[in-house]
Design a protein around this ligand. Structure first.
Ligand code: HEC
Length: 155
C-alpha cells in the first residue's frame, strides 16, 4: 500500500514537472518568435526609411547624408543655406525627435514663419513615412551619438 502511494506521488511529481518544462520551453519559443518579428519590423522600417530618403531627401542632403560641401561656409545662388549633413557630423542630433519630425514634415517654416530657404515640408509623407526616414537617419549616426541621443531627455 505504501509503495503504491509513493509511486503515485512520483507520477504526480513527474506530471507536474513535465508540464512545467513543456510550458517553459513553449514560453521561451514564443519569446524568440516575438523578438525576431520585431527585428524584422525594425529592418522593414529602416528599408522603407532609406528608400524614402533617397527619393525625397538625397538630392540635397546627399547619398550618404553628408550634406552639401559648403554648408558651413557659404550660401547657394539664391542666397539660401546649403543642406547640412544628417549623418551625425552636423547638429541634427541636437534636436528632439519631435523637432526633427516637424522639420521633415512641415519644413523649417514650422519654427520660423518667415523662413524662405530650401528645407520645405513634405506634406505627401505619412506619419509612418516620416518616422521611418527619421529611424533611417538615426541608424546612420555613430554609435556614440546614438547613445547620447537616447540619454538626452531634453534636446
Ligand atoms: C531642396 C533641398 C532639400 C531637400 C529636398 C530636403 N532638405 Fe532638409 N534641409 C535643406 C536645407 C537647405 C536645410 C538647412 C535649413 C536652412 O538653414 O535653411 C535642411 C535642414 C534639414 C534638417 C535640420 C538639420 C539640422 O541639422 O538642423 C533636417 C532634419 C532635414 N533637413 C531633413 C530632411 C529630410 C529627412 C528630407 C527628406 C524628406 C529633406 N531634409 C529634404 C534642404 C533640403
Amino acid at each position: 500500500m505504501k509503495k503504491i502511494l509513493i509511486l503515485f506521488i512520483i507520477i504526480i511529481l513527474l506530471l507536474v514537472g513535465g508540464y512545467f518544462l513543456l510550458f517553459q520551453s513553449k514560453h521561451s519559443e514564443e519569446e524568440i518568435v516575438t523578438s525576431s518579428a520585431s527585428l524584422e519590423e525594425v529592418s522593414a522600417q529602416l528599408e522603407l526609411g532609406k528608400a524614402l530618403y533617397y527619393t525625397h531627401c538625397a538630392s540635397c542632403h546627399g547619398d550618404n547624408l553628408q550634406g552639401q560641401p559648403k554648408w558651413k561656409t557659404s550660401l547657394d545662388e539664391d542666397g539660401h543655406n546649403y543642406a547640412p549633413p544628417l549623418n551625425g557630423t552636423g547638429h541634427t542630433w541636437h534636436h528632439s525627435e519631435e523637432q526633427l519630425y516637424n522639420i521633415i514634415r512641415y519644413g523649417l517654416k514650422f519654427y520660423n514663419e518667415n523662413y524662405e530657404g530650401k528645407m520645405q515640408g513634405n506634406d505627401k509623407l505619412s506619419d509612418e513615412d516620416v518616422w521611418s526616414i527619421l529611424a533611417y537617419i538615426k541608424s546612420v549616426w555613430p554609435e556614440s551619438i546614438q547613445k547620447k541621443y537616447k540619454t538626452m531627455t531634453k534636446h
